[in-house]
Write a protein that binds this ligand. Structure first.
Ligand code: NAD
Length: 416
């Protein structure tokens, strides 16, 4: 007999090899299940007869979406208004009471929200708790019926551990490193415009920003001059004086990012100034996978380029790491884009652009694996904040028919 470890390894290898994905394979497995039911009907009926039997034709079966009850929403600093309002809309629309914990780091927004927002909501269903890690830790000791957390994977673990004590369900909207594959079959100017726009948007402080580029050394040679001219066009020759480039949220993050500028070799930008937390839009090359800039989420205006020799190597690189929140693939060949999509996993995906998929209310937004769990936006927000209660209503009639399920079991009711 295999050990559990061997068994899990065997199943993971099957999954990684893509065996379970073709429709034909899945159909074969489902046909197998059908045969299992047919071949073992008698055996299964005898087992089922000792449990519960169904007779639902005259019943009314439906899903009732009900509010969970008391919901806690915890917000990060990088989009402090959007990431407050979008979950709040879902929670209130579904009929919950809400405790909102804004980020203490975006302190101006925290203050405005604390002063103004309560005036617009019924105080009997809404409250705010202010503070940082300590206050949030104390809050998490209480029992909630649902917790919706947006923030880092590190704090996500703290939140999930606290939720587990009360078996409280959670949505975790986390971050990570979002790969951006650039195929050789690309127009470098178009790629440079799109990658730079989404990388440097909000000064790189976006959870779904392309975090690093994977491309061949040849593509890198074509991409660098295109990125140079795009950055100059977007932010001028002196990006520091550009009204279109923001600043890093605080000194701690500035120092962290300044440290990352020492990885690889600066190809574009690289300047920084602590006095107003300025970091120039930067591109790094000759970056090693083991360097800090490739280990942690960058969350700033720095774009490392990592060289790969082929599409397969890029896909291996992506699959060796935690599943990202978003994944981007650029190629004029739709086949290449489809291959990246089919052979990887991520919260969301966009071919030939940045995080446009996040702006569509018709698409769910959320992570997978280390980038989070659960989804929201549009109707998905309402569903996330609702318990889907499975209901069946039956009349008191037809008791004779239903009595077949009651013991004592005899050959007659086992045959039914
Ligand atoms: P963070 O995890 O440090 O903080 C998020 C919230 O948790 C804040 O309200 C903070 O007060 C609270 N918190 C911090 N430390 C805590 C602790 N020890 N115990 C309990 N609560 C604590 O995240 P951040 O720095 O505010 O935001 C950046 C992170 O958020 C990045 O990783 C980014 O990718 C992620 N993010 C994800 C999304 C998404 O939708 N998936 C959106 C924006 C940001």
């Amino acid at each position: 007999m295999d050990s559990v470890g061997d068994t899990l390894q065997r199943l993971r290898e099957t999954f990684s090899a893509g065996r379970t994905r073709p429709a034909e394979f899945r159909a074969t497995q489902l046909e197998g299940l059908g045969r299992f039911l047919r071949d073992n009907k008698q055996l299964l009926q005898e087992a089922l007869a000792r449990d519960l039997r169904k007779g639902t034709q005259l019943d009314r079966a439906f899903i009732r979406k009900e509010p969970f009850g008391l919901v806690l929403i915890i917000v990060p600093w990088n989009y402090p208004l959007n990431l407050t309002l979008v979950p709040l809309v879902g929670a209130l629309a579904a009929g919950n009471c809400v405790v909102l914990k804004p980020s203490e780091i975006s302190k101006n927004m925290e203050q405005v929200l604390a002063e103004v927002l309560p005036r617009y909501l019924d105080q009997s269903c809404f409250a705010m708790v202010l503070g940082g890690p300590e206050e949030t830790g104390q809050l998490l000791e209480h029992r909630f019926d649902y917790i919706f957390f947006t923030g880092s994977p590190r704090v996500g673990r703290i939140v999930m551990t606290a939720a587990a004590k009360h078996l409280t369900p959670v949505t975790l909207e986390l971050g990570g490193k979002n790969p951006c594959y650039v195929d050789d079959n690309c127009d470098p100017e178009t790629v440079a415009n799109r990658v730079a726009f989404f990388r440097y948007f909000n000064t790189g402080q976006t959870c779904v920003a392309p975090d690093y580029v994977l491309c061949s050394p040849e593509m890198q040679e074509r991409l660098l001059p295109a990125l140079q001219s795009t950055i100059a066009r977007f932010f001028g020759e002196d990006p520091r004086s550009s009204p279109n480039l923001g600043r890093i949220i605080n000194d701690k993050h500035f120092q962290r990012l300044q440290g990352l500028l020492g990885c690889g070799r600066v190809a574009i930008g690289g300047q920084s100034d602590q006095s107003d937390r300025y970091i120039a839009p930067t591109v790094l090359v000759d970056v090693q996978e083991t360097e800090p800039v490739m280990q942690e989420e960058i969350f700033g205006p720095i774009l490392p380029i990592v060289n790969v020799r082929s599409l397969d190597e890029a896909i291996d690189f992506i699959n060796r790491r935690e599943k990202p929140l978003a994944l981007y693939a650029f190629s004029k060949s739709s086949e290449v884009v489809k291959q990246v999509l089919a052979r990887t996993s991520s919260g969301g995906f966009c071919g030939n652009d940045g995080f446009m998929h996040v702006s569509l209310a018709s698409l769910p937004f959320g992570g997978v694996g280390a980038s989070g769990m659960g989804r929201y936006h549009g109707k998905f927000s309402f569903d996330t904040f609702s318990h889907h209660r499975a209901c069946l209503l039956r009349s008191q009639g037809m008791e004779k028919v239903y009595s077949i399920r009651y013991p004592p079991y005899t050959p007659r009711n086992l045959r039914m």
